[in-house]
Design a protein around this ligand. Sequence first.
Ligand code: AMP
Length: 223
Amino acid sequence: MRLIFHGPPGVGKGTQAGRISLAENLSHISSGDLLRTAVDAKTEIGLKAKEYIENGLLVPDELIVNIVADKINSAECDKGFILDGFPRNLSQARVLDSTLEKVERKLDRVFSFTASEEVIITRISGRRLCKSCGAHYHEIFSPPLKENVCDKCDAKLFQRKDDYPETIKVRLKVYKEQTEALIDYYNKKGILIEVDCNGDKKEIQENILTGLRSMSEEKRDLE
Ligand code: AMP
């Protein structure tokens, strides 16, 4: 299975991509994580990408498309993948199409996640991370036992700069201006499934699994 999880920042696509990739044995490719790793490692790409990320803007295509294409072409993606956060604009979508065409592969489905702006802002602004062990928390939905301290390793929690309220607004605007058009692009290809993400994580996961099951049934009927 080759899937895209598409949607605005904070809609929950990363969380769901993590869960579904484990459940279905797929590779989880998060372009945001790849870029943040490059920033932390201070690679040439990371140094160039840092400012864009912190300001809530898309990094230029040339900083991300090759990293993602290399991942897709690597052996770890032979079993299938979930792309989370890529593509973010039409030119990235076209690069993805040609990357897959070259190896005679196709995308199976694009799950388009939606939620109200209020839900999105609450989800993003409460996110807290532990840099030391990678644990994720949320001020309201999954707070640590001790305020701002990681339950697992006692390190101080931090908030991503691009999760600050003023930057969330920029990210949502960028999504509307550059990324939302992909819904139409994939709808026209007949591979789009919409997922309502206003509910809780378990409910959303069930909706995705239902979509995946209907996809497998369709495939079986065609065989
Ligand atoms: P994410 O974790 O997917 O919300 O991504 C965090 C930030 O990384 C975004 O706000 C962008 O600055 C950058 N980024 C991630 N994926 C892409 C992409 N496909 N194209 C351009 N910038 C990206």
